[in-house]
Design a binder for this molecule. Structure first.
Ligand code: CUA
Length: 174
């Protein structure tokens, strides 16, 4: 092999290696998610696909009796606006932001969950007694920050499993 042929070979090989780099967005989603980490989420497509689509938000009962709550924080509300959980069971919270940085707090508790766009914040919560809690944003997030509050209803543990799935995420049915 002479030098000219070798040079053509090397340049061709380099170009072939570069093509996948310019096509990175065509890499299939699971691989991309793996590369970015499982907590990455695209704030612009929350409502369109994935874990945080509207009918997946709210409270979901797990087989072990605990519940998972999925929420979105956005200027200037929490979605769902009112959530329902059973008293005394572990609550796995998964929340992300559609825009700015927010902080989800529950009045009367020490819980504070920082919520950032592009990533899923997770927290393990437990509310020992039934009752109503105001949920308040405690991170300045813009003009409507002081009005950014919603509600958490904690119902007695034995009442919760009797609720229909559509009643669990939405206090309006109570
Ligand atoms: Cu959201 Cu302050």
């Amino acid at each position: 092999m002479n030098w000219r042929k070798l040079r053509i070979f090397v340049v061709t090989a380099l170009v072939l290696c570069l093509i996948p780099l310019t096509r990175y967005y065509q890499i299939d989603q699971p691989l991309l998610r793996f590369l970015r980490g499982s907590r990455h989420v695209d704030p612009l497509s929350l409502h369109l696909s994935g874990e945080f689509v509207e009918n997946n938000l709210g409270t979901e009962q797990e087989p072990d009796g605990s519940v998972t709550v999925r929420m979105i924080a956005q200027q200037y509300l929490f979605i769902p606006h009112c959530i329902l959980v059973p008293a005394g069971v572990p609550v796995h919270l998964r929340i992300t932001s559609a825009d700015a940085v927010h902080s989800l707090t529950f009045n009367g508790t020490d819980y504070a969950v920082k919520v950032l766009p592009g990533t899923i914040s997770e927290a393990q919560l437990r509310f020992p007694r039934a009752g109503d809690y105001k949920t308040v944003c405690r991170e300045f997030c813009g003009a409507g920050h002081y009005a950014m509050r919603s509600e958490l209803k904690v119902v007695p543990r034995d009442q919760f499993p009797a609720l229909r799935p559509e009643e669990r995420g939405n206090c309006a049915a109570q």
